[in-house]
Design a protein around this ligand. Sequence first.
Ligand code: TEU
Ligand code: CA
Length: 560
Amino acid sequence: MEKTWWKEAVVYQIYPRSFMDSNGDGIGDIQGIISKLDYLKELGVDVVWLSPVYQSPNDDNGYDISDYRNIMDEFGTMSDWEEMLEEMHARGIRLVMDLVVNHSSDEHAWFAESRSSKDHPYRDYYIWRPSKEGREPNNWESVFSGSAWQFDEATDEYYLHLFTKKQPDLNWENEKLRREIYDMMTFWLDKGIDGFRMDVINFISKHESLPDAPNPENKPFAPGGEYFMNGPRIHEYLQEMNREVLSKYDVMTVGEMPGVSPDEGILYTDRERNELNMVFQFEHMDLDTQPGKSKWDVKPLDLRDLKRSLARWQVGMHGKGWNSLYWNNHDQPRIVSRWGDDQNYRVESAKMLAACLHMMQGTPYIYQGEEIGMTNVRFEAIQQYKDVETLNMYKERVIENKQDTAAVMNSIYIKGRDNARTPVQWDDRENGGFTDGTPWIEANPNYSRINVKEALDDQDSIFYFYQKLIKLRKEHEIIVYGSFQLILEEDPEIFAYIREYNGEKLLVMANFSGNNPDFRLPDGLLEGNPEILVSNYSDHSGTFSECKMRPWEARVYRFS
Ligand code: TEU
Ligand code: CA
């Protein structure tokens, strides 16, 4: 297998609005990031993925871009950004920027031109259609509730927006639009960045006729994913982008791709096809959703589903493409609250989850605060929430459809994106030391207990456990390049697997429960006198082939 730096790297995601505020206006900013680079260096990460910092009216916190070549005023200036890049590079940290080009903001200059008249040269930069039988052009539902179409009076037509109505979809069929995007990417690459994370990049090619989505329950709108995910021209566009831009630089790329399968994942990441380096897949993020329902219709996780799913990706991509590994990002609830135990075993379960993920094959991503075990938040009032997806859903379900408020609030507690967006908890001062002013979103009140300062002062903290996992990856090639074999598939509490590389083996066992399940290795799989490479407990019962596991225990044995 080809060895590359981005396969060996660990990435840290910064959501700038919530990371660190340097000037007391309550909003995280670029100078705030610079002030914490030594902290990231201490953790040991190789790459920062920075969520959008471009000019934006912030309908969706920067994922609605009104100027791709300038920095958002609230975050600082271009010279702050250049200073940040320099300071990262000085510490050996690379910078991956977010590329949001499925849609722009409706306040982008292109859209102002596009909506002005039907024969404007920019008209075709977006997706416009006349009404159909007095209604929207089709029945597609926006990811963020309601119709995916917005009527625009200036020209009596609708434009498509898969996300909010302030995020009109760009029309990739238009060659001039594609050229503009490639030029913009080149602009940033020439400034010296090290790659792109590409927002919903597998949505950019829509089926030309935009057919109605199947709608068996006859709802007002229905998800049209099959007509825009992994669409007809997607590989052509990505190969063109690669040829025109990416191939000229030594950079890493990761495509965010809801609705992608391992087979498609290979098409996107096979080196010989010249598209992307890796994708963010969502299969494991959907396992606690009721089948066929929206993310808000939750169900408990069955660990066997998680094992099957991740193993399918591990085995499917091996030698053919490349995985990314993540539990968290700015759209997902906190993993220690989701599939760990943030009450009784917060530290143990956060470490177990980290070990289980970081020992798989792929490039691991750590989301800000994950490394100290930050948890979900429960705000009393809907007004305390800021996320447009959450607020739109609440309006639709509670205000318009009179659903039970407590049940809807409960689904927000479990799945809402603001769980990941409360300020990073740096110390036990007011607002967790994130700001001297009033934060744009309230801090999780547990900052007095859970914070970076406390973590750095405690040798047994989650922070140092992540630091160790990152270090081990640098020391043992097997963690990066080894094959993967799931064992004990049907065990409902233990996630166990074997890695193998050049005659060396790793046995990973992770207890996803607060119980004491018996671990018993199937006969004939492994023998020898292994050492414990890493564990979240200091003492261990039994042996690698037979033992009783402690609550949320993780052990990694190395057979050399
Ligand atoms: O997310 C894409 C996406 O599909 C999400 O809507 C995801 O399914 C949802 O957030 C789960 O709650 C990307 C960005 O990561 C997200 O922050 C943006 O809001 C979205 O695209 C639009 O740009
Ligand atoms: Ca600020």
